[in-house]
Design a protein around this ligand. Structure first.
Ligand code: ADP
Ligand code: GLC
Length: 506
């Protein structure tokens, strides 16, 4: 099959979160199953910088209407071999007025949304739809257009109006971002009014690009079986539960767990970590050396003075170390950790490393904690791919107390790196971590620690049971080993996507 994979981020070209990891690895897995895949992505400035020396080829020019003006979109092709970890050709939609900007795909430098995000991604979606219909002179027409999250939701509505069109599949990575804009944006974009009604893109008087995917895609998928059920409930669906229940009853909503790219997130080949290891080879000693490196790096990053470091280092190395990497937002339960920290500092000898960026309040609170407890809590505010890998390899346990988590990738990485995760029972966390109950431990099934309410008391209890097990070295090593032996490679999930593409999902 020919698959056009439309996304707003893809690792290693541009990444703000898990969508980039998925877009950077699922297409390659589909290709391995003998399909032709093209990734299509906006040509942000950061992406153009990355491909500048790869001689991108101009393959098409599309005239496209924005808000009260017209743009010329140049489509550039970057060869598959230029980015082996992506493994498929990349098509970049170059509209300098919309995408040639510094930094993040969604945020201006002051941390607020770009003022014209609605126009930016609607225009990108118009270009994707034109290409998908084969109207721009590119001699490659997809059988399936796979869109992801609200940024590409509009593609589905536009294609629904066409005859002889490719099949459309829309993946929900996160319902929390609806891509809602005023009706005036819809009007200014001169979109067909036949789409504007309550069973169309209109959502309580607003133009919702998420809804455009939910209503008009031939099939909807989401990134774990549990999240597929959760989003049919009002607690998780932000008003879209009715549509999702209906589509689910028809068999049109399918949960497929994300996989991980074992060329990128694999302690055996990970180039970001100083000491590589595998489940059979060097695991215990390499993890300890990686932990030492992590502690050294973080004491420098947090300006702990050298005398303090040498006086405490041996103790740090022996004490349990918890890691956290992620967006600092309510979804991730950062406040749950913050609330539990005083008790955990008082009643345990555990230390903590945080890597993240997001809401200012959480960033400041974490920095405050590290300044108050420079011998127990270390924080890096910002985005660092390298530190993300190093925390997975060097921490003893990984914290993921998310309130909701469509799939979550860090718990999968933690399992692969022998760093048992502590997770709230929701979404993909519930589908991938097997709790260390005595029964599961006895049956050699347990892989991590699960709590059942995103509240500080429940989280603290889980941390205490993790610490109790951490003290029993042999049982702990067995837990690590079983986690590392779990298979989350993309093959199985890619096969499920193929069935959805072919309409044979049930
Ligand atoms: P989400 O997509 O909701 O942010 P996921 O767990 O699916 O959550 O994926 C997050 C991805 O982004 C992981 O690869 C994680 O390591 C990475 N990540 C998030 N924040 C940071 C950060 N501040 N520094 C480095 N990597 C980060
Ligand atoms: C979203 C979700 C996360 C998921 C990722 C990739 O950002 O928050 O749970 O793993 O998308 O699908």
């Amino acid at each position: 099959m020919k698959v056009l994979f439309a996304t707003s981020e893809a690792h290693p070209l541009i990444k703000t979160g898990g969508l980039a990891d998925v877009s950077g690895s699922l297409p390659k897995a589909l290709k391995a199953l003998k399909n032709q895949v093209r990734i299509i992505l906006p040509a942000y400035r950061a992406v153009l910088d990355k491909v500048a020396d790869k001689s991108p080829k101009h393959i098409a020019r599309v005239e496209v209407g924005g808000c009260g003006r017209h743009y010329q979109a140049d489509v550039l092709e970057v060869k598959a071999k230029s980015f082996p970890s992506l493994g498929v050709p990349i098509w970049l939609v170059d509209i300098p007025e919309l995408f040639d900007r510094p930094g993040n795909p969604y945020l201006a430098q002051d941390g607020t949304d770009w003022w014209d995000n609605g126009e930016r991604f609607a225009v990108f979606s118009k270009v994707v739809a034109e290409i998908a219909m084969g109207r721009v002179g590119v001699k490659w027409q997809p059988d399936v257009v796979h869109t992801n999250d609200w940024q590409t939701g509009l593609v589905n509505a536009l294609l629904s109006l066409e005859q002889d069109r490719p099949r459309t599949v829309f993946t929900i990575h996160n319902m929390a971002y609806p891509g809602n804009y005023p009706e005036s944006l819809f009007a200014q974009l001169e979109l067909p009014w036949s789409l504007w009604h309550m069973n169309g893109v209109e959502f309580w008087g607003h133009f919702s690009m998420l809804k455009s995917g939910l209503i008009y895609a031939d099939r909807i998928t989401t990134v774990s079986p549990t999240y597929a059920k959760e989003i049919c409930l009002n607690e998780y669906a932000y008003g879209f539960e009715g549509i999702l229940q209906e589509r689910s009853q028809k068999g049109h909503l399918i949960g497929i767990l994300n996989g991980i790219d074992d060329q990128v997130w694999n302690p055996e080949v990970d180039e970001f970590i100083a000491h590589q290891y595998s489940v059979e080879k060097g695991r215990v000693s390499a993890k300890k050396k990686n932990k030492a490196k992590l502690l050294e790096e973080f004491s420098i990053l947090n300006h702990v003075n050298e005398e303090e470091v040498s006086a405490n280092f041996d103790r740090w190395l022996e004490a349990p170390l918890f890691g956290f990497v992620g967006r600092l937002v309510w979804q991730k339960g950062v406040d749950v950790v913050l609330e539990a920290l005083p008790n955990l500092l008082k009643h345990t000898d555990a230390n903590f490393i945080f890597v993240g960026s997001g809401e200012k309040y959480f960033e400041e609170k974490l920095m405050e904690y590290s300044q108050h407890y420079p011998k127990r809590i270390w924080t890096y505010i910002g985005y660092s791919e390298k530190l993300g890998h190093e925390v997975e390899a060097g921490a003893d346990m990984f914290l993921m107390p998310s309130r909701f988590e469509p799939c979550g990738l860090n718990q999968l990485y933690s399992l692969a790196y022998g760093t048992p995760p502590i997770v709230n029972f929701t979404g993909g966390l519930a589908d991938s971590v097997i709790p260390a109950t005595s029964e599961n431990l006895a049956n050699h099934l347990a892989t991590g620690f699960v709590f059942y309410e995103p509240a500080a008391y429940a989280f603290e209890e889980a941390v205490h049971s993790a610490l109790a097990l951490f003290a029993k070295k042999r049982t702990w090593q067995k837990l690590q080993k079983i986690g590392m032996q779990q298979s989350f490679d993309w093959r199985n999930s890619a096969q499920q996507y193929l069935k959805v593409y072919q309409g044979e999902e049930s």
